[in-house]
Design a protein around this ligand. Structure first.
Ligand code: ADP
Ligand code: MG
Length: 344
């Protein structure tokens, strides 16, 4: 049932000359959830629309579903389900009417359609909303209806374009967990577009990080997070600290002290590390010393902005329950294995 999707040399130049993306080559595996992640305007939606059949690639580009070339196949014959940030539901129709809409164009008996609507209402836990008009629903409820509508005709692939972006933070978390469980249960090929790196990490079997119409890196969330291949990926996915200093005699010397250095580079270097790779220690046990500029109590941990270690501020996170005050000195140990050097 689930389909592999292959993009071959897919580029898109719009009529006004905007080069939105590509050329891009990508293989999406059957049943996987692949997330396109990147800043606004990098070409995520355009890529999704190419897969859907809402746009066609520049000549030479091809889209395959399994072995079939669907480049010239219009959306209504690609059998894809779509969910948008803006819901795109029929506001004056009922919830059940919206879900049924996609089934009406198929040759199904009305009994089969009704059964399928019931099944979708139950799956999305919105049975009690069945007779409500869509314009009377909350954002989270609308997105549940949109998912039910997209899935009702049993599409071969589910395409989601920033489906949670319009929702508030708490609801976003709840729905993200539900969508994740749903995709795993259905084992359906899914392409999910977001600019939110936490969402991408949580949902993706693989993440395609995009920048300015190009693929910056493709990999499992942990690969992208731990071994970014470029500075762009390192800094876009998660938080990254920069240390500027001089590498010599097995140490990286920075403004606030020195850290063991295992890199091959010598002389002036810029090293990157993740906030969780620094530990706050007692004075005397630290490699570097800095000063708390701001602290944010997050409940389970505290996020500190630390100045004076390098020329820019560092972000450090700690589960230490102390109340850190601005101006206070902090002593840090930074894991030598955590230091990355990326020259582009
Ligand atoms: N129909 C269009 N005509 C002209 N330019 C477009 C059109 N759609 C998108 N673009 C441009 O293509 C680029 C990529 O857009 P898009 O794929 O929507 O990015 P994203 O979804 O990552 O924010 C942007 O510069 C955008 O302005
Ligand atoms: Mg978009």
């Amino acid at each position: 049932m689930s389909v592999a999707i292959t993009l071959v040399a897919c580029a898109k130049t719009f009529a006004d000359g905007t080069q939105a993306m590509g050329p891009l080559d990508l293989e999406i595996r059957p049943g996987e959830t692949i997330v396109f992640l990147g800043p606004s305007g990098c070409g995520k939606t355009t890529t999704l629309r190419l897969i859907a059949g809402l746009e066609s690639p520049n000549s030479g580009g091809r889209v395959l579903f399994d072995d079939a070339d669907v480049t010239a196949v219009p959306i209504e014959r690609r059998n894809v389900g779509m969910v948008f940030q803006s819901y795109a539901l029929f506001p004056n129709m009922t919830v059940a009417g919206n879900i049924d809409y996609g089934l009406r164009v198929r040759r199904l008996s009305s009994a089969a359609r009704a059964a399928r609507v019931d099944e979708m209402l139950a799956m999305m836990k919105i049975g009690e909303l069945r007779h409500r008009r869509v314009d009377q629903l909350s954002g989270g409820q609308k997105q549940r209806v949109a998912l039910a509508r997209a899935l009702a005709p049993q599409p071969r692939v589910l395409l989601l374009d920033e489906p949670l972006t319009a929702l508030d933070a708490k609801l976003r978390d709840v729905l993200r967990i539900e969508i994740d469980a749903l995709l795993r249960r259905l084992r359906m090929t899914a392409v999910y577009v977001t600019h939110d790196q936490a969402e991408a990490m949580a949902l993706g079997d693989r993440i395609v990080v995009m920048s300015q119409g190009k693929v910056a890196q493709v990999g499992r969330p942990r690969d992208v997070y731990f071994t970014p291949q470029s500075r762009f990926v390192a800094e876009f996915v998660g938080t990254m600290n920069r240390l500027r200093g001089v590498a010599r005699d097995g140490h990286l010397e920075v403004m606030g002290g020195r850290i063991p250095w295992r890199g091959r580079e010598a002389g002036e270097v810029e090293a990157l590390f993740r906030p969780e790779r620094a530990t706050i220690v007692e004075p005397g046990a630290g490699q570097v010393k800095g000063r708390v500029a701001t602290s944010f109590f997050l409940g389970d941990r505290t996020r500190l902005v630390v100045d004076g270690v390098s020329d820019g501020s560092l972000i450090v996170e700690t589960t230490d329950r102390r109340d850190f005050q601005p101006g206070q000195d902090v002593h840090l140990v930074i894991d030598a294995d955590a230091l990355l050097t990326l020259d582009r």
